[in-house]
Design a protein around this ligand. Sequence first.
Ligand code: FEO
Length: 405
Amino acid sequence: MKGIEIKPDIYWVGAIDWPVRDFHGYVIPKGTTYNNYLIVDDEITLIDTVKYNFAEVSIQCVSSVIDPSKIKNIVINHVENDHASSLDRFMALAPDAHIYITERGRQVIERFFDISRWDVNVVKTGDELKIGKHTLRFIETPMLHWPDSMMTYVKQARLLISQDVFGQHLATSVRFDDEFATCGSRAHLDEAVIDYYANILMPFGPLIKSKIKAIQDMGIEIDMIAPDHGLIWRGEPGRVMDMYMAMAKGKADLSVSIIYDTMWKSTEIMTGPLMQGIKDEGVDCKVVKLRNSPMSEAITEFWKSRGCLVGSPTLNNEVFPSVAQFMTYLRGLRPKDRIVGAFGSYGWGGGAVKWLYGQFSEMKLEVVEDGVEVKYKPSSEEMQNCYEYGRQFAKQVREYHKQYE
Ligand code: FEO
């Protein structure tokens, strides 16, 4: 691999992970990249490293531009393992390099590495580092998405290196959004941004709003955003910021996702009239069976739609395990701005639907009560009840959606 010049004297020196599909449990069907950047100036500066098993690839990229022993500074924007776990490899090549990192980040790297011989410098928002013709300005972004996170703005290049924020899990042979829009499609890129936001950044909407506003209020010019995953935003860097701002404000489609699992198909059969009722109210609908779909896909579909119906059988007096898993994942993402309902089936005794409403209540989500729960197989009357509930649900979704228009 070779470094790729993204701005004069600034290089992408990362790695493309084509085969990865399981990213700490988050299924990424299109792989990903670990992006890090090299600035060649009086003081050669590396921004971030890569996942440990790609250290050699990144070192090779750096070596295609300069001798890695000449690295003078290493900025760590984010300490998660996919970006900082090869820090020791780079420090072995450039042992006198100065590390720049937030205080929270310093506390993490000292747990993973012996930093006693490293020159570690703690930085905070507004601190600047002049490395020659370029000046780096650090912007802390705590909880976007880890406590240590920060961004680095390269002033003279008008380049914002944004760590995970604005990333996408896409392994591609091209490095820029405008190239991908030509050889792939803008819609696929948008989908990747939404998927990434839903599975990683959903809990942090209020922080995203305030941090993007703070960055805009700084009055800094940005003509490129370089995240730590996926494509670099060169064509329309403001577009991804606008997408984030809209999602942080609760943007969703006027549509419903039906997310369910089933034992002997009774719960599955119910999705038919539910969907029909929703459609007959003029609201689009998508159905996702949990055991046939990655959890992250179900979360993305939940996030894209204003309304969600969750369906579960009762098994051994409990909610079905795959539905419990989905709800646990969803609860951790602290969803907002969505309206939900539940349905399901049982043999001896019910309980799954009641449990789901309890979960919705704990999550403080808007609910449409009286979801349908049937014994054994839905009768024709119960199928009609499902249809009516679907219609009622869609009407309430439409009403609820108005506040976001
Ligand atoms: Fe891409 Fe939070 O690591």
